[in-house]
Design a protein around this ligand. Structure first.
Ligand SMILES: [Zn+2]
Ligand SMILES: [Zn+2]
Length: 148
């Protein structure tokens, strides 16, 4: 399948293409960091192998070292319209985490997991058949669900 999977920032200065066979599975994170980063109730994101991600334009880079000093998150986005587009993290080399709402066809995505639901806002109900965890999910199970 080569139905182009593309996305980008609000103004179009940063665009990307995903060389994937199918649309990725999306997860929602309700943690405070994600609420602050996104200005919303939760973040929506998905993993892709970094070598499947082709970026056009010149995204800004913001680096943040974790409080314990053990991980570096590298946030990329558009400096013109201030859209966050994706990040990488030294804890997960070779993978990029993309903000799902930046996909052109974000309406075709499915949310397959929710994490950090103990921070979830009232009024957001998670369907019973969608796995969720009060904090982070066990890594192997989570990867199986989101990469499946
Ligand atoms: Zn932009
Ligand atoms: Zn989060």
């Amino acid at each position: 399948m080569s139905d182009n999977i593309e996305g980008g920032c609000r103004c179009g200065a940063v665009r990307y293409k995903l060389n994937l066979e199918k649309l990725p599975n999306v997860y929602a994170c309700h943690c405070l960091d994600c609420q602050t980063w996104s200005g919303s109730a939760f973040s929506l994101q998905f993993f892709v192998p970094e070598d499947a991600l082709e970026v056009r334009g010149a995204p800004y880079l913001y680096e943040r070292v974790s409080d314990d000093g053990e991980r570096v998150s590298r946030q990329r986005g558009c400096a013109n319209c201030i859209t966050r587009v994706y990040n990488t993290n030294s804890r997960r080399p070779g993978f990029a985490v993309i903000r799902a709402g930046t996909l052109d066809h974000s309406d075709r995505l499915s949310i397959v997991a929710h994490i950090w639901t103990k921070r979830k806002l009232k009024g957001i109900d998670i369907p019973k058949d969608v796995p969720s965890w009060p904090e982070g999910a066990p890594t192997e199970e989570f990867i199986r669900i989101v990469m499946g």
